[in-house]
Design a protein. Structure first.
Length: 202
């Protein structure tokens, strides 16, 4: 893994004796600050840096590869693994949501925003999108109906301060969906000019 020190990118010096995760395939990183950094990946491995040292944190039993991390504070960090959403609560990682097995969900990306109310989006293969408002999980059927059940959604990102809208989703074959601030879903037609999306940021 590489870390930017403000001037130069440098390799993180992990060794097999002190860092058992040194050869783990990591898939995601999220930082609240220079002293609150999480990295996660294969085998449910989660490591945390407190600004001084790295330490492993236990993921929930049965957690597979963690594909994405996102957070809203040092005390509220979320991750996706297979059909599960996990979160850090009071220093412990727990399962917050499991998609129904018949959906064959595989969450590739998540995005969380707190601006008055919690807004959480998780995008999956098979055109699946789930949202969470702090109280209830909801499947966004309209996305699957418009983009199709064969779409693998790869990225999600929203605008700061727009917890109920202003969110973009992208797929592996150039698909795009946008939820505006009135909570209406819009599906721009740009697929013919785009080969594939693997993520989105803003």
């Amino acid at each position: 893994m590489l870390r930017f020190n403000g001037n130069t990118w440098m390799a993180v010096p992990w060794d097999s004796e002190n860092h058992p995760w040194h050869d783990t395939a990591f898939h995601s990183v999220w930082a609240h600050s220079s002293s609150q950094i999480w990295v996660a990946g294969a085998g449910g491995t989660i490591i945390h840096n407190d600004g001084t040292q790295w330490a492993e944190q236990a993921s929930p039993d049965g957690t597979g590869t963690i594909n994405s991390l996102w957070g809203i504070s040092a005390d509220s960090v979320w991750g996706s693994s297979g059909n599960k959403i996990i979160s850090l609560n009071s220093g412990e990682w727990v399962v917050q949501f499991t998609a129904p097995s018949e959906e064959n969900a595989f969450f590739n990306a998540i995005w969380v925003e707190l601006s008055g109310t919690l807004s959480f989006y998780a995008v999956s293969e098979n055109g699946l999108v789930y949202t969470f408002d702090g109280a209830q999980w909801s499947k966004q059927d309209v996305v699957q109906q418009n983009l199709g059940a064969s779409v693998n959604l790869r990225g999600v990102m929203g605008g700061s301060g727009a917890p109920k809208g202003g969110v973009w989703l992208v797929g592996n074959d150039g698909e795009v969906a946008y939820r505006d601030t009135s909570e209406k879903w819009i599906f721009p037609s740009i697929k013919d000019s785009i080969t594939a999306f693997h993520g989105v940021a803003g």
